[in-house]
Design a protein around this ligand. Structure first.
Ligand code: NAD
Ligand code: IPM
Ligand code: MN
Length: 371
């Protein structure tokens, strides 16, 4: 059995709490011959600022580059609101994404049958929902220069953010979208705002050409991102893979989270290019949610997004498809049994973070033995 290295980066707020449940799952798998995972820990976010004065150290960046996969909890929180912009907690996550070139961010939104009533939308709108939001993660307005605030000297300031996309960046994320669609329901919706943005015009042009040239077997459509957002809450089952830029993807994935019942349900995978020589690629797996300062330290956080993110690591970095499927099945069964953390609770007592984690691990063990 191959040894897999994992760099665990719990971060701030509820990050360490939800990561704790994944650590238990990894220990269970190691103890039961279901993998050989070797873990190390690194700091990113506010905790790293407190310890080292930067959101991530160069030494931890080197460990991130060397590992097979990174599992990330969450970073940020009000404690670091006054920290200089350049070294704010979120800058650590952005450095990981940019320096490792994790350009493809897969954010699947799946509504488990047991949670159809937990969504803010009608059950028939979300029941059976299974869509993939594919977010470009290393370009666009997040990283474009100039990015400045200038004092104009007349009591006015001017803030500038810059959205930049080159053909190759659009093409490579487009390829991921079409390849994913071929293994799903064979449909890609590209979202941009070509009616107001030059980057939207180029995005549309490059996606259209790529589709025509290499992927004409895949059903393909464009939607303007604003009305696309409306369609996402009106009738989300029309979508299979949605591909969009960094900022639209950030917003659309938080919206999609509520279709599934809670932000605490959405995992993600951020993937780089496969190195043709080593056949390996950089990858980071993290929940879509943040550090949830309002519930941190109370044992209330839903660990499902974090556990499912580990499931995505099994699927996309370690080719452990059977175990990945078992994790998804264990989550579905535990939800079907009625166990709920506070964020997805209907009536009755809410389970704590560790009660939910323990139940998923127990169910995972049961399913694995029966398989
Ligand atoms: P958030 O995602 O942390 O929280 C939004 C709401 O969802 C809160 O009410 C929170 O309690 C709830 N929530 C989130 N995750 C939950 C879970 N697992 N279980 C139950 N409820 C959950 O977003 P925010 O409050 O806007 O941001 C807080 C901080 O986190 C900010 O500093 C932000 O920059 C940061 N952030 C970090 C990441 C990341 O590390 N990848 C992602 C998003 C936000
Ligand atoms: C996310 C977060 C991050 C983003 C922040 C924390 C930098 O909101 O992963 O969705 O905007 O990408
Ligand atoms: Mn976000």
């Amino acid at each position: 059995m191959a040894t897999h290295n994992l760099l665990l980066v719990p971060g701030d707020g509820i990050g360490p709490e939800v990561m704790g449940e994944v650590k238990k799952l990894i220990a269970y798998m190691n103890a039961n011959g279901m993998g050989r995972f070797e873990t190390e820990e690194a700091m990113c976010g506010g905790c790293a600022i407190d310890a080292h004065g930067v959101p991530i150290t160069d030494a931890d960046m080197e460990r991130a580059k060397a590992t097979d996969a990174i599992l990330f909890g969450a970073a940020g929180g009000p404690k670091w609101d006054k920290v200089a912009y350049e070294i704010r907690p979120e800058a650590g996550i952005l450095r990981l994404r940019k320096d490792l070139q994790l350009y493809a961010n897969l954010r699947p939104a799946v509504c488990f049958p047991a949670l159809a009533a937990s969504s803010s939308l009608k059950p028939e709108v979300v029941e059976g929902l299974d869509i993939m939001i594919l977010r470009e993660l290393t370009g666009g307005v997040y990283f474009g220069e100039p990015k400045t605030i200038t004092d104009l000297g007349n009591g006015q300031k001017r803030a500038i953010d810059t959205q930049i996309y080159d053909t190759y960046e659009i093409e490579r994320i487009g390829r991921v979208a079409f390849e994913l669609a071929r293994k799903r329901r064979n449909k890609v919706t590209s979202m941009e705002k070509r009616n107001v943005m030059k980057t939207g015009v180029l995005w549309n042009e490059v996606m259209t050409a790529l589709h025509k040239r290499e992927y004409s077997d895949v059903e393909f459509e464009h939607q303007l991102a604003d009305s696309g957002g409306m369609q996402l809450v009106r009738w989300p089952k029309q979508f299979d893979v949605i591909v969009c830029d960094n900022l639209f993807g950030d917003m659309l994935s938080d919206i999609a989270a509520m279709l599934t019942g809670s932000l605490g349900m959405l995992p993600s995978a951020s993937l780089g290019e496969i190195n043709p020589k080593t056949k390996k690629r950089h990858a980071m797996y993290e929940p879509v949610h943040g550090s949830a300062p309002d519930i941190a330290g109370k044992g209330l956080a839903n660990p499902i997004a974090m556990i499912a993110s580990f499931g995505m690591a099994l699927r996309y970095s370690f080719d452990a498809l059977k175990e990945a499927d078992l994790i998804d099945a264990a989550i579905a069964n535990v939800l079907a049994s009625g166990l709920r953390t506070a964020d997805i609770k209907g009536d009755g007592k809410a389970a704590s973070t560790s009660e939910m984690g323990d139940a998923i691990i127990a169910e995972f063990g049961k399913l694995a033995k029966a398989a």
